[in-house]
Structure formats: C-alpha cells, structure tokens
Ligand binder design. Sequence first.
Ligand SMILES: [Zn+2]
Length: 440
Amino acid sequence: MKLLKRAVAAVTAALLLPTPVVNVHAADDNKPTLKADVNGDFLINSQDMVLLSKYLLGAAELSEEEAVRADYDDDGIVDTFDLIGLRKAYIRNAMDTPKGTWIGEGFNGTRYFWFDENGEGTFVRTNGGTITPFSMDKAGSIIMFTLSSGKLASASIAWIDEEHFYLDWGSSPELFTYKSSTRFDKGPYLSGEYISDAGKKYILNSYSGTSDGESISILPQGTSAQFIYEDGSSKEGSFSRMDKNHFTLKWDDGTSENFTRQEITVKNGITYVNGILIANKTYALPSTYAPGGLTSEFNTAFTKMQTTAKKDGMSLSVCSGYRSYSYQAQLYNNYVARDGKAAADTYSARPGHSEHQTGLAADINYAGDWFNTTPEAKWLAAHCHEYGFIIRYPYGKDDITGYKYEGWHIRYLGEENAKLVHDSGLTLEEYLGIDSKYNY
Ligand SMILES: [Zn+2]
C-alpha cells in the first residue's frame, strides 16, 4: 500500500461542487476499485467530490481504501490535482454517452453493444441469442434502457478512460471495452461448419465458435468479421461470398482464407455432406444399402429432361442405372481378374463405392469414350443441371473425383444443389471440400 499524504488544499473546493445526486448504490466489496469513486459506491458523483474536498480542507478523514480511490493521478499523494482529475471524471460521467461498438464482459458473459448518435442501440449475447434493440435515457451517471420488448433496465455508468467504462446493473459491474465506430449488428453472420484451405476446421455460430477446437468470438463489422481468440489476439477479415456454401475472408495481414461449408453426418453407415448422399472412393455405402432401382426423384427429373431434350433433337436414355452392392462386387472382381487391380480401379468402383448403388446416378446412352463425342454429351453438359443433375466426373479432374472423364455418368442432386455445383465450376468433391481416395 502506498503512503498517502494529505496535501494542503489550495483551492476552494466548494466552488467546484455541483448539485448532489441521489446515491442509489451501496458499497460492495465484490466490485473492482474505481478511481475517483472515493466513497466506494461505484458511482462517480458529487458525493465523491464533497468527501475529497472535505478531506483536503481537513474536515474529514479517508480510510485507506478511500484514499487509494481518491488518488486519481496515482502519484501516492491525495492532493488538489486529484480533485481536478475527479472533477473531470465527474463531468465525463455526467455528460458522456458511449458511441460505437463496445464489448461487454460480465455476469451476462460476453455481449456486443452498438450505441448510435441518438441514444438508440442494440445488443446481443455472443453465446447465442437474438439482437435486441434498445433506446436509452441518461440522467447524470444513471442510464435507463428501454428494450424493444418494453422491458426497462437501469445501470450506472462509470467511465475509466475513453475506451473503458463499467455499467453497474446493481449486482456486478459489466466492463465495456471500445471496439470500433462500425456497427456490429449488420452482418456478415458466419454460421455453420466449415473447413478452410488453411487446413482448419471451423464451427461458427454468428458471434462465437471454434477454430480447430479453440474458442473464438466473432465480431461482425460491416463488411468484415473480426475473429477474437482466447489469448485476446484478433484479426479482421473482409468478407466476400461465392455462394451459400462458400465464402472468403481476406485477412488484415494480406492473406486470404477460403471457407467451404462441410457438415458431415453418418446415418446407418451412409455419409451425407451438407445433406448430399456421398458414394466415392473415400466414402462407401454399406452392403445393406439397396434402394433396388433408380429413385423416384431421379426418374421424375430424368423424364422431364428427356422430354425437353427430344424437342432439341436429342435422344437420351438410361443404359445403366441402379447396381446392387453384390452386382458391383461381381463386376469389379471380373475387371480385376481381366486387367489387374490398379487398372480396374481407374474405371470401375470397388463394391460399396459405386455411385450406381445410390439409385441417384446413371449412365446415359453409352458408357464409353465414344459417347463424349456425341451431340447428346454436349447437350447433357450444358443442360442437365437445369433438371437437378451434374456430370459427376468432368474432364481433367481425375485426381479429384478419382475417375477419368465420363460424360455419360450423371448424378441427381436436386435442382438447387445441381445449379450451385454447376455454377461453381467445381467437381462435387471440390464443392464439398472432400476427397475421393481409397484408404485400403
Ligand atoms: Zn456410371
């Protein structure tokens, strides 16, 4: 504890005294020490000035704790300079209203607040919840918040410096730290499970989440998002979206990170990525998965496509549709016997890995390179996404899909997903951020 001495009062303290404000808070040992709050009631008001003035005039004593709080400039001496400082603090508390985006830490966890110029604002709890608008009225250091629901809440404000203040809601104070002049409550809201090309796995929930398991807070800032890490470090990325499943953050260090939504669920041994059933070299179907034929969704969409294609002079028909697990096993084993395993793996799927087992894929007209030279191949490539299909194994993507170009093999994804994948120019594997490689 510093030695605190009384200094001679050189100014007439009474001249500095404003009208007293009613004290609504009792002293509380659980609250942090607040400079200028001489009497320890967590309010910086005229009572503190009265007490300090009396002390400087020799008309009152200060306890050790009171002296520490009264020593505004922290020089170990309680003197008139502290009274001048205290007066500034008093005026700031009486006059200043927070503006901009602030982060509050307290019994409510972490909250983001936006205060505009006109006494309106919003707040949200970062661990989930909705943005709540409010308006506020300030009388001295007491702020009355009126929430959009009509609910009222009052708090006293205690400024520490220009970038920090407390709001005391009566139980424990919430410490606010200034973040920026940009409002937080106007997107981008990042939510969902993502992988990034920096090799990280993210789970994002608008204002919070994890990055490779580490907790992060996310602060939306206009067209940017700030990621705040557990150690207090942060980085801001300017946001751009490719489509509903892809976005990029261009970080303030000049690097970029591409995010791909990837929500993998496994149901009865079947893998779904973002709800899309996957059968490729990485993800196998169980032998028990047997829809028994092409699904009704496939057939309905195909018939529609076939009819339109006919008007364009194209003749489309399924030459190979559903294949059971055991039939695929037989096919594959025959190819292995004829050409060897390495060669068979380039054109035939191992049992469980064929998309034909899904009932959502088929070969059109002729399953061989000759088909790729026909007008029907061109028509399919240009139009099949309009009916919910994609060319599953495009040209030059062997390393990604695990298969050479097959212009005849179409996969049903539904119209929305087929259009998204088609417009992205990516293979299904790239679009979902998955690979297609045998791991046995
Ligand atoms: Zn096929």
